[in-house]
Design a protein around this ligand. Structure first.
Ligand code: DMJ
Length: 620
C-alpha cells in the first residue's frame, strides 16, 4: 500500500498568527494577557479577583451542565450523558463568520463593493457566451422542444430523465440571468402550459436528478422572477412567479414519497410520479451524494410555501448521516435505505460522492450560518471531511507536482487510486466558498475572518483548480476527459497521453481509452467562476475563456445545439449525440457569470444548488 502524503501545513503561505491553531489553555492565557496589557484591569486587585471568579464560575458551569442533546445511545439502547462533549463543544472554536448585517445593509454592501464589468474585453466575451446559450436553446427548441434533451446530430429529442422537459426548466433561470426575455417567455410558457400535466402522468424519475434539475430550476425561476418581493427580480417575461411555485409544490409532494416509503431516514432513489409511490434502485442502494443533495431545494420550498414538511423530511437525512461512523469525515458512496447504514468502503469525491460534501457547507450557509446555530453540525462535518480529504486523498503527481484528489476504492486500509473524475472539479469552488463564505479573499483576510482550516482549504482550492484546468490543457482539443489518472511513484502507464505535446503536464496526466469522452460538464468552469469572484485573479477568467473557445470549436453542431464528444484526445474529435441539460443550466451560466459583474448573484447572498440554480440565503 502506498503512503499517504498529507496536504501539509507547510504548504500554507499565509503567516497570520491569529489563524494558527491554539490550545484552549493558550487561548485562556493569551486572553488574560490581552486584558492585562490592553486595559490594565489586572493591575487592580479587585479586577484580578473578579476575573478569577468569572473563570472559576465558567469552568464549573461547563463541567456540570448537561442537556438532552449531550446524550448518546449505547448498543443496548440506553441513553447515556456525555458531559465532556459539551465541554469539548464549548472549547471548540466556532466558525469565523462575516459580521451579521441586516438584509438591507447586506444588499447595499453587495452592490457597492462589487466592481462593475467595465472592461469591454470581458463584456464582449460575456456576450459570446450569451450567444452560445441562444444557439444551444434554438437547436433544442427546433428539434426537441418539450423533450428532456436534444440529440443534435440526429436532430431529435430524447427523454433520458423521465420526460419532464428537463432542458426547459434547467435553462430557464440561465435565460433570466442573461436577460434573454424571449427564451424566458418561451420556456416559462411551456412550464405553465405543460409541466403540471406531465408531472401527473409520468412514471419513474430519479429523486436526485429531478430535484436538482427540475425542482431546483423552478425554485430559482420563482425567486429570480420576483417571487419574494423586493429580493431579486431579473425578468419581466414569462408567467407569474406563483406558477413556478405551484408546479414546484406539486412535484415535491410526489417526490416526498421517496422519504415516506423508506423504513429509515434515507430516501429511496426512484419515484413513480403519477402514483406518488417510491422504490429503491435496482440493488437496493441509494447513492450517498444523491440522498444528501436535495436539502437546499426542499428547505427553500418550505421557506416560500410556509409548509415545513419538505425541509423536515430532507434534513432528517443529514441529521441521520451525522450519527453514522465515518473515516476522518469521509463517507462511502452507497447507503442503504433499508438499514440506514453505509454500504461498502468505496470513498471518492467523484460520482456518487461529490455533492454530499458540497451540500454540507452550502446547507449550512443557506440556513443563515450567521445567526442560526442549529446547523453548526454541518459545518463541523464539512471541516472534518475536508481535513480527511487533505490527509487521505490529496497527492502530487510526478514529474511536475500537480495537486489532485484520488480515491480509496477499498476504504482507508486499501490501496490509493490516483483516479480523478472531472466531477471532482466542483471541489475547488466549494472549498473557496466554504473558506470565505462568499466574501472576497482580500476582505476576509482584512477582517481576520479566516481560520487555519479556511486558509488550508483556500490554498487547496487554488491548487486543485490548476489540476482541473490542466486536464483541459493537456488534450488535443483543449477539453477535459471524463476521468483522468495522475502519474505517481506507484502508478504510471505509457502511451496514454492527452495529445497536446506542448503541455508541460503531458507526463503527469494519464487518460485511459474508456475515459476520453466529454459530456459538456460544468465543474471546472464552476470552480473558475467561484475562484475568480473570491480571489479576483484574472487567470481564472483567462482559463474559462480558453475552455469556452474549445467548446465553440469542437462541440458546436452546424445544424443547431452543442454535442458531447467521444474522444477529446484526437482532432477532429469523434462526436457523440447528446446535449446534456446541464450545458444550459450550468456550464454556460457559470461562464457567463465568470465574465460578468460580481453584483449579479452575489456569493454571500445566494447558494447555487448542485445544478447551478441560485437560491437565496436566509436572512431572518
Ligand atoms: C450535474 O447534474 C450536477 O452538477 C451534479 O451534481 C453532478 N453532475 C452534473 C454535471 O456534471
Amino acid at each position: 500500500m502506498s503512503k499517504s502524503l498529507p496536504y501539509s501545513v507547510k504548504d500554507v503561505h499565509y503567516d497570520n498568527a491569529k489563524f494558527r491553531h491554539r490550545s484552549p489553555l493558550k487561548v485562556l492565557s493569551q486572553s488574560l494577557l490581552t486584558l492585562n496589557t490592553k486595559r490594565n484591569y489586572a493591575s487592580c486587585s479587585t479586577g484580578k479577583f473578579l476575573i478569577l471568579i468569572l473563570f472559576f464560575g465558567l469552568a464549573c458551569l461547563m463541567l456540570m451542565s448537561r442537556s438532552p442533546n449531550d446524550s448518546s445511545t449505547n448498543e443496548k439502547g440506553k441513553v447515556t450523558f456525555v458531559g465532556g462533549l459539551r465541554l469539548g463543544r464549548l472549547l471548540r472554536k466556532p466558525p469565523r463568520l462575516p459580521p451579521r448585517l441586516s438584509p438591507d445593509e447586506g444588499l447595499l454592501r453587495s452592490s457597492s463593493t462589487n466592481a462593475s464589468n467595465s472592461d469591454p474585453k470581458w463584456a464582449a466575451r460575456q456576450q459570446s457566451v450569451k450567444e452560445a446559450f441562444d444557439y444551444a436553446w434554438s437547436g433544442y427548441r427546433k428539434f426537441s422542444m418539450g423533450y428532456d434533451e436534444l440529440m443534435p446530430i440526429s436532430q431529435r429529442g430524447v427523454d433520458g430523465l423521465g420526460g419532464l422537459g428537463a432542458t426547459v426548466v434547467d435553462a430557464l433561470d440561465t435565460a433570466m440571468i442573461m436577460g434573454l426575455d424571449n427564451i424566458v417567455s418561451e420556456a416559462g410558457s411551456w412550464v405553465e402550459a405543460h409541466l403540471l400535466e406531465r408531472i401527473s402522468q409520468k412514471g419513474q424519475v430519479n429523486l436526485f436528478e429531478t430535484t436538482i434539475r427540475v425542482l431546483g430550476g423552478l425554485l430559482s425561476a420563482y425567486h429570480l422572477s420576483g417571487g419574494e418581493q423586493g429580493t431579486m427580480n431579473m425578468t419581466h417575461s414569462g408567467p407569474n412567479p406563483a406558477v413556478y411555485l405551484n408546479v414546484a409544490k406539486d412535484l415535491a409532494d410526489r417526490l416526498l414519497s421517496a422519504f415516506k416509503s423508506s423504513p429509515t431516514s434515507v430516501p429511496f432513489s426512484d419515484v413513480i410520479l403519477r402514483d406518488s409511490i417510491a422504490h429503491p434502485a435496482p440493488g437496493g442502494m441509494s447513492s450517498t451524494a444523491e440522498v444528501a443533495s436535495v436539502q437546499l431545494e426542499f428547505n427553500y420550498l418550505s421557506a416560500i410555501s410556509g409548509d415545513p414538511k419538505y425541509s423536515t423530511e430532507a434534513m432528517k437525512v443529514l441529521a441521520h448521516i451525522k450519527t453514522l461512523p465515518k473515516t476522518e469525515g469521509l463517507v462511502p458512496i452507497y447507503i442503504s435505505p433499508d438499514s440506514g447504514e453505509f454500504v461498502g468502503e468505496n470513498i471518492r469525491l467523484g460520482s456518487r460522492g461529490d455533492s454530499y460534501y458540497e451540500y454540507l457547507i452550502k446547507v449550512w450557509l443557506q440556513q443563515g450560518a450567521k445567526f442560526n446555530s442549529d446547523f453548526t453540525y454541518l459545518h463541523d462535518m464539512y471541516i472534518e471531511a475536508m481535513k480527511g480529504v487533505r490527509h487521505l486523498l490529496v497527492r502530487k503527481s510526478i514529474p511536475n507536482g500537480l495537486v489532485f484528489v484520488g480515491e480509496l476504492p477499498y476504504g482507508p486500509k486499501g490501496e490509493f487510486s490516483p483516479k480523478m473524475d472531472h466531477l471532482v472539479c466542483f471541489l475547488p469552488g466549494t472549498l473557496a466558498l466554504g473558506a470565505t463564505k462568499g466574501l472576497t479573499k482580500e476582505k476576509a483576510l482584512k477582517e481576520n475572518l479566516l481560520s487555519f482550516e479556511d486558509l488550508e482549504n483556500l490554498k487547496l482550492a487554488e491548487d486543485l483548480a490548476k489540476a482541473c484546468f490542466e486536464m483541459y490543457e493537456v488534450t488535443a482539443t483543449g477539453l477535459a476527459p471524463e476521468i483522468a489518472y495522475f502519474h505517481t511513484e506507484e502508478y504510471s502507464e505509457d502511451g496514454l497521453e492527452g495529445g497536446n505535446k506542448s503541455s508541460m503536464y503531458a507526463k503527469d496526466i494519464i487518460i485511459k481509452h474508456a475515459d476520453r469522452h466529454n459530456l459538456l460538464r460544468p465543474e471546472t468552469v464552476e470552480s473558475l467562476f467561484v475562484l475568480f469572484r473570491i480571489t479576483k485573479d484574472t487567470k481564472y477568467r483567462d482559463q474559462g475563456w480558453q475552455i469556452f473557445e474549445a467548446f465553440e470549436k469542437y462541440t458546436k453542431v452546424k445544424t443547431g445545439g452543442y454535442t458531447s464528444l467521444d474522444d477529446v484526445t484526437e482532432v477532429p474529435p469523434h462526436r457523440r449525440d447528446k446535449m446534456e441539460t446541464f450545458f444550459l443550466g450550468e456550464t454556460l451560466k457559470y461562464l457567463y457569470l465568470l465574465f460578468g459583474d460580481d453584483s449579479v448573484i452575489p456569493l454571500d447572498k445566494f447558494v447555487f444548488n448542485t445544478e447551478a440554480h441560485p437560491l437565496p440565503i436566509r436572512t431572518t
